[in-house]
Structure formats: C-alpha cells, structure tokens
Design a protein around this ligand. Structure first.
Ligand SMILES: *Cc1c(COP(=O)(O)O)cnc(C)c1O
Length: 402
C-alpha cells in the first residue's frame, strides 16, 4: 500500500474498540486478569489481552509496558519507519537517552556528529561521562572516513541528519557500512525528515529515533518520542525501557496518533512553503546564505537528492553582518507571523536567533561571526511570512550593526 493509505489505516482496529475510528485513550495502570494462571502467563510474556486484541507488543500486564493506545501508535510508527517494532517514550530526548542507556556501558566509546541537537550533547557531556562513557564528536561530512575515529571500545555512532541549526547532511549509508564492518551500532535522529522523506532502515541504520513532539504530534501540544528497531536490538531496547520505567502517557499517544493521520498533507505544505520562502530569502540583500538541503546552493544537495524524497519546514539563514541585540530585538519583538520559541513541527511559524560557536567542537561553523536565524515555516500563507520577514529586516537594518 502507498504511504497515504497506510497513514490512514495503520495501527487502527475499530472492531476491537466497539467500532471507534480512533483507538481510544486507555488510562491504565493495573490490568486485571480473569484467573491466576492467565496472570502468571502474562507475566512471562504470554498475555491474554495481547492475543485477544491481536496486539503483538511485548508483555501487557501493567501500564508501564504500554496500553492498547500506545501499542496502536507503536505499530503505526514501526510500519512507517520500515522497522519490525517501535517504542514510545515521554519525549524526543527520552528516546535519545533510553537508546544510549540501552547499549552503552562504563568503558564504552560513543561517536556523535558535531552538529547534533544541543541537549544530546549535554546528555553525553553530563550524564554519560559521569557513567564512564566517553564521547568523541565527528564532522558531519566525514562519510566512510568515520573509521578513522573508531577505537577498540567504540560501540555506537549517533548520527542526526541534517544537523540541528546548521543543516549539514551526512552520508549515512557510507557511515553505516564502515560501522557495521566493526560491529558498531548506527543510530539516527530522524526528526527533521521523518520516515516519509528518509527511510532509515533502507540506508543502513540500526535504530531510528524521532521526536514525535515535532511533525507527528504536529500541533505543539504533545511531548513524545519514538524508537524503532528490529530483532535483537529491539529486545534489548525494550528491556532497558522497561527497567527505566519511561512509559509515555496514553493521552499523548492518542494526540500523536491523531496527528499522524494528517502528517502527509501537513508535511507537503510545510515543504512547499519552506522551499518557496528559502528561495525568496536567497535573493534578499540582507542574507548571505540559506541553509536548506533542498536548495541547489546547499553544499550537501547531491546527498539530499540521493537519499531523501522530500524536505520539511525547518531551515536557517545567515545574515550579512553581526547585528546588535537591540537590532535583533527590534526585528523579532514585532513579528506577527513568526513566534519566538523553541521546538518546531506545529502549525505555527517560529523564529530564533542562534550562535553555535560554543557548541561545535570537531569543526568550526563558517558563519559563526554572523547573525543567524532558524526559521520554522508553519501552515500560514507564504505571502504573510514574506511580509513579516520583510518588515522585520527593515527594523533590523534600521537599527544598525554592532
Ligand atoms: C526537538 C528535538 C528533539 C527532542 O524532542 P523533545 O520531545 O522536545 O524532547 C530531539 N532531536 C531533535 C533533532 C529535535 O529537534
């Protein structure tokens, strides 16, 4: 079946829920069993309810392993990712921490892309370091030369493509080939592309993470993360997930499942508007660089064309100068379409200034000394976005440079 059809049908079983189109919210801690033997069987992973509901998730005997609401969404996300199974955890960052804690132990070495999402770097620097796990950052454009970074104790490569804020792509198949030759796991944070536009498992990834908070939730009202994997990797993940107790709320799973049904048309709209806006911005005199992988001017555009089937609503711009804080405030405080706030993936547009000079350690971002903004294109009209930015640039330049 095509993606559009799958997105409507996956994970839904109306006949098991009195005909309801959407899988209802099961608010469940305790699960009751009809007799002792059924309970004991369930504890050993042969759940009575699991079989009667046709749910092929692991043991269902307490809410911490999930509920029919989360099982349904897990099944849909696994199907979309092209994985055997998926797990849901309370945030995108929890998906990252659960994955790292599942496979890394004291004395292990981890490789992380230099352009990684900031909180992932913080997690490595603070928590993993404290547990005796060492992290090295590698340049996003490393490709198969990643093998130069391998040590005897390297257990995992953590990729995120495109990189947060600066949008460098990585040659994931080349990285995966080099890593697998040494039995090293490859994990990717696929939040930007989603599995609609980058199929992680077809490109050699072992474990794929998504911040469902972003495009899958899609309405800025849910925090949720997913982890997809196959076979023994999934078994291992499930065990750590269960031991850590990082179960997702059934209400959040319900909202994310509702968001998933409209993911394709929303993403198409984000893609179309963002690409048109990016092209318009490339022509603006205040802008020296637009960091958007689907633009031919992007240094990794060829990789994008090879591995991705689309682009989404988030990209960055580099301005011609370093503007003063007063000028940036004058621009941002009076924006009418682009709101000031973190995260992205909802229906509303966002803008944030950023500076990565202190958060790149393996490489140097070439536009460090310039004012940079990350833009998220929501579902508003392109013309209103352009007008808002045009007016904003006028306020910015009128307030001069630092
Ligand atoms: C937002 C984000 C996350 C974290 O998701 P939360 O649900 O906010 O914890 C992880 N990775 C990337 C690339 C993100 O943009």
């Amino acid at each position: 079946m095509k993606n559009e059809t799958r997105m409507v049908q996956s994970g839904r079983k109306p006949e098991q829920h009195s005909g309801a189109v959407n899988v209802p919210v099961y608010r469940t801690s305790t699960v009751l069993f009809p007799d002792l033997q059924t309970y004991l069987d369930a504890e050993r992973g042969r759940s009575y309810y699991q079989t009667s509901h046709g749910i092929d998730a692991s043991d269902y005997c307490y809410g911490t392993s999930g509920t029919p609401t989360s099982f349904a969404l897990q099944q849909a996300i696994a199907e979309l990712d092209g994985a055997e199974q998926a797990l849901l955890v309370p945030s995108g960052l929890a998906a990252i921490s659960t994955t790292l804690l599942s496979f890394l132990s004291a004395g292990d070495h981890l490789l992380v892309v230099d352009s990684v999402y900031g909180p992932t770097r913080r997690l490595c620097h603070r928590e993993l370091k404290r547990l005796g796990i060492e992290t090295t950052y590698y340049p996003a454009n490393i490709g198969s030369d990643i093998s130069q970074y391998f040590q005897d104790n390297t257990k995992m490569v953590f990729a995120e493509s495109p990189g947060s804020l600066t949008f460098e792509l990585q040659d994931i198949p080349a990285i995966a080939e080099a890593a697998h030759a040494q039995d090293i796991l490859v994990v990717t944070d696929n939040s930007w592309a989603t599995s609609l536009y980058f199929k992680p498992f077809e490109h050699g990834v072992d474990i794929s993470i998504q911040a469902c908070t972003k495009y899958i939730g899609g309405h800025s009202d849910v925090l949720l993360g997913s982890i997809s994997a196959n076979g023994k990797h999934f078994k291992h993940l499930f065990e750590t997930f269960h031991n850590l107790g990082v179960c997702a709320s059934p209400d959040d799973c319900y909202l994310a499942a509702r968001g998933l049904r409209t993911l394709i048309p929303r993403l198409k709209q984000h893609e179309e508007t963002a690409l048109a806006l990016a092209k318009w911005l490339e022509q603006r005199p205040e802008i020296i660089k637009v960091l958007h992988p689907a633009l031919p001017s992007h240094p990794d555009h060829a990789l994008w064309k090879r591995d991705y089937t689309g682009s989404t609503g988030l990209f960055s711009i580099v301005l011609d100068k370093t503007y003063s804080n007063t000028a940036i405030e004058a621009m941002l405080n009076d924006m009418r379409v682009f709101g000031i706030g973190v995260s992205w993936g909802g229906f509303e547009s966002l803008i944030l200034p950023f500076n990565v000079s202190s958060s790149r350690t393996a490489t140097r971002f070439e536009h460090c000394e310039k004012t940079c903004f990350r833009l998220f294109c929501g579902l508003e009209h392109l013309d209103d976005m352009k007008q808002d930015l045009e007016d904003g640039f006028e306020r910015l330049t009128a307030n001069g440079i630092s």
